[in-house]
Design a protein around this ligand. Sequence first.
Ligand SMILES: [Zn+2]
Ligand SMILES: [Zn+2]
Ligand SMILES: [Zn+2]
Ligand SMILES: [Zn+2]
Length: 341
Amino acid sequence: MDYLRRAAARTQAKAMLTVLQRDHPGAAQRLGDGALDELRQWPGLQVRDVPDDRSGGGCSVSGAYFAGTPAVLAVATSASLARREFTGLHELGHHLQQTVVELMDVLLAEPDGGAALEDAACDAFAADILLPDTLTDRHITAAGPTADAAVALWRVSNASRMAACVKASERLPAPGHILLLDRDGILAFSASHGLPPLRRGSDQSQVPVLRTALSGQGHAEGRGRLAYRDGAVAGEELYLQTAAMDGYVLAVAVTDLAPWRTFAPSVRYNGPVAASYTCAHCGEDFTSFARACARCESAPCPDCDRCGCDRKVFERQCTACFVVHPAAMFDGASSRCRDCD
Ligand SMILES: [Zn+2]
Ligand SMILES: [Zn+2]
Ligand SMILES: [Zn+2]
Ligand SMILES: [Zn+2]
């Protein structure tokens, strides 16, 4: 199983841009010039400033989307303007995917109901609006992004660090991540490709290569395993390279084909290791060799067969026409779909 299929996220992001152009002609340009100012003009949408809360949402950014009338795009106030613009566009991505039927259909066809794809497509959509491919091509070579190249791309643009991370991740030559760490080694953002995404707010400061980067001038190179569950370093060993990014550290992590090395064979993977979990639903303690859920980082419980996620309701049956519709076809908790109401 691959976790975040980059091609699928990019295809969905392109479909979102097409829908945007169809339903809001010229909006992509205006959103690129000032996303939050533009979105505040949209009828049926409300942009709300909220305090930063690392724990919230399940999004890769400090923001959240609340479906409804009006739909609410929540954006953390503490962040820089560039970062808030990226967050606003990310949440707009959720709005499009949860209200436009052709975009929802793509998510519903996913084995996990589309949760991972939806969030990755939001990031790709936001980065596409903020950072054109032509600019990216000038900074990232065919070999893929080095940490310095990703930082250089950010410097020449007006886009946020996150947008630069997403664009760089789209050019990774092998499964990996582009990570953005704050001074303490806390993960501010990650754009992942082909590997389970790392949790925003997780502490990566104990990974030796990253610790070297954080305590020095930001530059470091080597191999290491990233922190998946709180504090526990896990996952396969990756090639790592870092660069300073004005108060942050950007890290490129790949399984192989590291763009800064002439020869980077796959780091040997020593096979699966059983991990221990406590089931979030039935409280059962268990160990499992099964792959953990990309979203909640728990393997399925052998007792109740569920991971830690609360199942997101994507569709329900209308009591009037008996058709199973996507959730957005219902007003709030209404049991009758919009066609029947
Ligand atoms: Zn999100
Ligand atoms: Zn259970
Ligand atoms: Zn889960
Ligand atoms: Zn109906």
